[in-house]
Design a protein around this ligand. Structure first.
Ligand code: HEM
Length: 231
């Protein structure tokens, strides 16, 4: 039990950080280009209005990298104070990430190959991340740990859609061929859908586990036991 939870403590953040590496690298390249490069037709929108993309990259990379540790079970249990302190940094970072993504979707001109469907995906999933983080925060302020966990998993999973999109698109390029236009849009959408499905599976798996534990120990299942439950 202890060794499997120690293994999970290492594996969960390592896997989540690995998933962030490709978009984080893309972000570093974009920031370096904005700092010292010249605008091209491909990057003109970023040079014309750099603030949202800079805020987006910095907050998204911080949220995904540091957020990875919040999901290591032993870290939360052993360091509840640190989990709370990181949460106070991660909530604003996640909100800035989502809101700046929405801002760019609404106000940047579409780059070549992007269209209304991709914009719709970005609006839906960007708004869903913001909503999930707000619901996760309001849940913990009511000391409802079960709902806090569920909403924070959902919000983080949508953010990590950026990493899954890189994996899905790379696999497509290697196995099938170039990904442009509608194909690229559907692959980006698939990255978000996969992560939402995994998040729902994790949320439901834990809920059914809790219900079984409550049954075995003879406790009534329901809000009073769930509220304030240990992480
Ligand atoms: C809710 C999730 C997210 C939404 C809705 C979103 C949305 C967007 C939008 C609309 C753009 C501008 C696209 C363009 O005009 O080409 C963008 C750019 C970018 N995003 Fe996100 N994003 C999200 C999460 C993330 C995450 C988690 C990361 C990294 C860990 C990330 C990294 C980037 C980078 C590096 C760019 C600049 C792309 C470039 O240089 O061409 N995003 N994002």
């Amino acid at each position: 039990m202890t060794s499997s939870s120690t293994r999970a403590d290492r594996l969960v953040p390592t896997a989540l950080i690995a998933l962030t590496l490709v978009p984080a690298l893309g972000g570093a390249v974009r920031l370096a280009d904005l700092a010292g490069g010249e605008a091209t037709p491909e990057s003109a929108r970023f040079f014309a209005a750099p603030l949202p993309v800079v805020l987006h990259i910095v907050s998204a990379v911080l949220y995904c990298l540091v957020g990875a540790f919040q999901f290591a079970p032993g870290f939360r249990r052993r360091n509840p104070g640190r989990h709370r302190a990181l949460g106070r940094v991660l909530v604003p970072a996640g909100l800035v990430m989502g809101l700046s993504g929405l801002w760019m979707t609404l106000f940047y001109p579409y780059p070549e190959g992007d269209g209304d469907l991709l914009a719709a995906f970005r609006l839906v999933f960007g708004a869903a991340t913001v909503l999930a983080i707000v619901l996760g925060l309001t849940a913990i302020r009511r000391r409802d740990v079960v709902r806090h966990r569920a909403w924070m998993i959902r919000g983080y999973a949508i953010a990590q859609g950026a990493g899954t999109q890189a994996l899905v698109t790379s696999a497509w390029v290697v196995l099938v061929g170039p990904a442009a236009g509608l194909t690229r849009t559907l692959l980006l959408g698939a990255g978000w859908v996969i992560n939402v499905a995994v998040a729902e599976w994790l949320v439901r798996r834990r809920r059914s586990g809790s219900a079984r534990t409550a049954g075995v120990t003879g406790r009534r299942s329901g809000a009073p036991q769930e509220v304030g439950r240990r992480f």
